[in-house]
Design a protein around this ligand. Structure first.
Ligand SMILES: [Zn+2]
Length: 321
């Protein structure tokens, strides 16, 4: 049973929105496109394992993309599978090229197109997640349940090498998930917890989840003001939207309706944050009068604080957060 779905993370949606609003001549365009490609590949790799996870019998409680806090330290787990007697965590890697797992100096050496790069050991990464999750459950839920970490290679074209056979012990292709999970569970003789208990644990994890928010502008050192202003079409993604009063239509693909403006407002919140002023929103959407923005804000059901020049708009239900 899926308790927390694998939705596209907000930080990737935000990066997609930034990439769409960059002109081809923007000095950071290539960097942003490369990062977006990497982020989407990672997300698609995770998504591709869902098919094998759905094969699990008996079905566990499944939580995708979980980020929890231990004090000031935040840890993220791609997929958590909760069973009656154990938790299995999956660290999913979608990589191309040749990977060599090394125990000496705990590294993974990646070779692609004759270029070799070193990166942090997958084992160190997944063991830290296990350790953090153990501590979190002990502190927040007062429960001691075995946690088994697995490294899942989601791309069947990855060539995997290892310095020793031991390093491959908990590394598997995604197609092996149903068999590996059953083997791991069969080898355990630990205490069984009730469905009520594990459901309560899963619910607490969801309630404690902290969504990742990346400040891409800071990361790539440019400002939102360098992006293309205006409204893009939700269907063809072109900035070919014209408007009559609060009604919008696309001259490229004939798409029309208020949802065009709603998407643009959502993009404004993604890129500018909550509490946008009337003038700021006008500048972002381009070519709207003060009165039109006021009418649009009412129609889009936005919340607001302040009056006249001090008006700030928020997404619905965001003021009290
Ligand atoms: Zn269009």
């Amino acid at each position: 049973m899926i308790i927390k779905h694998r939705d596209m993370p907000i930080h990737i949606k935000k990066l997609q929105c930034i990439a769409k609003r960059m002109s081809d001549f923007h000095p950071k365009k290539q960097l942003v496109d490369e990062e977006l490609y990497k982020q989407i590949a990672g997300f698609k790799g995770e998504q591709s394992t869902d098919y094998y996870i759905s094969y699990l019998d008996p079905p566990p409680l499944v939580l995708h993309n979980l980020r929890l806090k231990n004090g000031t330290f935040i840890f993220q787990i791609d997929t958590v599978l909760i069973y009656h007697k154990a938790i299995i965590i999956l660290e999913i890697k979608n990589m191309i090229g040749t990977l060599e797992l090394r125990s000496s100096y705990e590294q993974v050496i990646k070779t692609l197109n004759n270029e070799t790069k070193a990166q942090k050991s997958f084992h160190t990464q997944v063991n830290m997640q296990k350790d953090n999750l153990e501590r979190w459950i002990k502190r927040e839920f007062k429960l001691k349940i075995p946690i088994i970490p697995l490294i899942i290679m989601s791309n069947p074209r990855t060539i995997l090498k290892a310095e020793s056979v031991e390093l491959l012990k908990n590394v598997h292709p995604s197609s092996a998930i149903p068999f590996v999970v059953n083997d791991e569970l069969a080898a355990l003789s630990s205490k069984k917890y009730s469905l009520t208990q594990i459901r309560a644990l899963a619910n607490l994890m969801v309630a404690s989840h902290e969504e990742l928010d990346v400040d891409w502008f800071k990361r790539f050192d440019f400002s939102v003001s360098s992006l293309i202003k205006g409204i893009s079409c939700p269907s063809c993604e072109q900035f070919t939207v014209k408007r009559r009063s609060t009604k919008c239509y696309c001259t490229n693909c004939s798409c029309e309706g208020f949802h065009i403006i709603e998407q643009a407002i959502e993009e404004a919140f993604m890129l500018l944050g909550e509490g946008i002023g009337n003038k700021e929103l006008r500048k972002f959407l381009g070519d709207f009068s003060k009165q039109s923005i006021t009418r649009i804000a009412i129609k889009a059901n936005l919340q607001k604080t302040g009056v006249t020049k001090g008006t700030k708009y928020y997404r619905k239900n965001k003021i009290l957060e």
